[in-house]
Design a binder for this molecule. Structure first.
Ligand code: HEM
Length: 449
């Protein structure tokens, strides 16, 4: 077999840039892609290394074509799962397959349609926290909005606001602890034996108890709320049995973790971009606002929220373009079970692979003028068909909540733009790459229309 050698970035180069990498690894990645091409190996010392790639075909090969040979890295399957358990995002192999098959139907468009009124109501309630005519950081409001939306989609009217706040505090604290573990490996012993990890595991035990109580109340009441919890309780494996209680709790916790930060990041970046491009903001307004004759409301010709969302095509394009420039899940990682080969590159057994979604989304060979914000590039449903576009991943482990997220984001953006003109206060847009790509100092002003 002909074997292509991939360029190697030395451990020394990694060490030399360690301080900068801890703060923001993206410039280091970018510099190395520009210097070494679309795939390179970064040495991490002690014989460890990671293969970095921004080749979308390589990404598709591992995520879809030969996905059976690949699993997730330990960041999700071990480090995160010790807090939030083994739900869809963190499980592997047969358990994952069985759960995905069981849960998938609850996320079908038809099922989601039943949740849209609750989603819209949650958005409208949270939007009341926007203080008009004042410079505010919009991220915390959108973060609460995204958590509330998942919580109410799961528990419709059953859940008390204080309980939602507590669950949000716990899931966010666990995620922040995980970031510390990953960013400060030199404190591993302290984290492990000095109490911080245990404290956060104890918090997640409290979250489990809260969820258990909510689930028991629902079962005992015999009441139907037609929410995600009902759908999860109704779901049956092939042998006719349902999910056991502890698996159900794990899945609920995972939906909170996977569904809230990603969505709030995307919403924040989108509002920031709309503030920077007032003419695009006006086009979104014209589409979403009920009074315009060619608006989505007029075209939908019905009170169905799903029909309305479907007609908000330009708003969807804006969100897609925002996630191209600022993908909340800015990398996807995998490890191969067996030795593999892609395009004459030999991938030794158990290699760590990291696909930079941010770099793929900015790749000059696949995108014209990649730096510019141009929602028109996603006209005619071009988004999900584009071979270098992966905001929700790809293959069988692609985001199960992608439709949920898109519906929620279209409704949220439409609600904000209908009510306010968004003005920018800070430029350029600042990013904070942690487990997800987060916005920083998203200071905006909302002028009532
Ligand atoms: C803008 C919002 C979102 C983005 C960008 C996003 C992105 C992603 C990506 C890239 C993956 C695949 C990760 C991988 O293959 O390693 C994923 C998986 C997942 N997402 Fe999302 N997500 C979003 C919203 C949501 C929402 C709203 C939910 C649920 C309510 C959700 C639930 C999940 C779950 C459960 C998985 C694991 C699926 C599996 O492995 O079978 N996500 N997401």
């Amino acid at each position: 077999m002909k074997e292509k050698k991939i360029p190697t970035v030395s451990f020394f180069s990694f060490l030399k840039n360690a301080n900068k990498i801890v703060k923001n690894p993206l410039p280091f990645h970018h510099k190395n892609f520009e210097k070494n091409g679309d795939t390179f190996r970064l040495k991490l010392g002690m014989g460890n290394s990671v293969i970095f790639s921004r080749n979308p075909e390589f990404a598709m090969y591992t995520l879809q074509k030969n996905q059976r040979n690949y699993t997730k890295s330990k960041i999700q399957t071990k480090d995160l799962s010790k807090y939030v358990g083994k739900g869809l995002l963190t499980s592997e192999g047969e358990l994952w397959k069985k759960q995905r098959r069981l849960i998938q139907p609850a996320f079908h468009k038809k099922q989601l349609e039943q949740l849209l009124d609750t989603v819209l109501e949650a958005i409208q309630i949270e939007m009341r926290h926007i203080q008009p005519n004042t410079a505010i950081d919009i991220f915390p409001i959108l973060n609460d909005l995204a958590f509330q939306t998942v919580a109410k989609a799961l528990f419709r009217t059953q859940i008390d606001p204080m309980i939602i706040k507590r669950l949000q505090y716990i899931t966010e604290a666990a995620q922040q602890m995980l970031v510390k573990e990953l960013r400060q490996p030199f404190k591993t012993l302290y984290f492990k034996y000095g109490g911080p990890i245990k404290k956060h595991i104890d918090l997640t035990i409290e979250a489990r108890e809260i969820l258990q109580k909510l689930v028991s109340e629902r079962r005992e009441s015999g009441e139907r709320q037609n929410d995600l919890l009902d759908m999860l309780l109704d779901a049956r494996y092939e042998d006719g049995t349902g999910m056991d209680e502890s698996q159900l709790i794990d899945e609920i916790l995972i939906l909170f973790v996977a569904g809230h930060e990603t969505t709030s990041n995307a919403l924040t970046f989108t509002l920031q971009l709309l503030a920077q491009y007032p003419e695009i903001q006006e086009k979104v307004y014209a589409e979403c606002n009920g009074s315009e004759k060619d608006s989505a409301f007029a075209k939908a010709d019905t009170t169905s929220l799903l029909a309305y969302i479907k007609h908000c095509e330009y708003t969807k394009q804006v969100i897609e373009e925002s996630m191209r420039l600022y993908p909340p899940a800015y990398f996807v990682d995998r490890v191969n079970y067996e030795t593999d080969e892609f395009d004459e590159i030999r991938i030794a057994k158990e290699s760590s692979l990291l696909f930079s979604i941010k770099e793929i989304h900015m790749h000059k060979e696949y995108w014209e003028d990649p730096e510019s914000f141009n929602p028109d590039r996603f006209a005619d449903n071009a988004g999900m068909k584009h071979k270098a576009y992966f905001p929700f991943g790809a293959g069988p482990r692609m985001c199960i909540g992608n439709n949920f997220a898109m519906y929620e984001m279209v409704l949220a953006i439409a609600e904000v733009v209908k009510k306010y003109k968004i003005k920018k206060k800070e430029t350029p847009i600042e990013i904070k790459p942690l487990i997800t790509l987060k916005p920083q100092n998203a200071i905006l002003e909302f002028i009532p229309r």
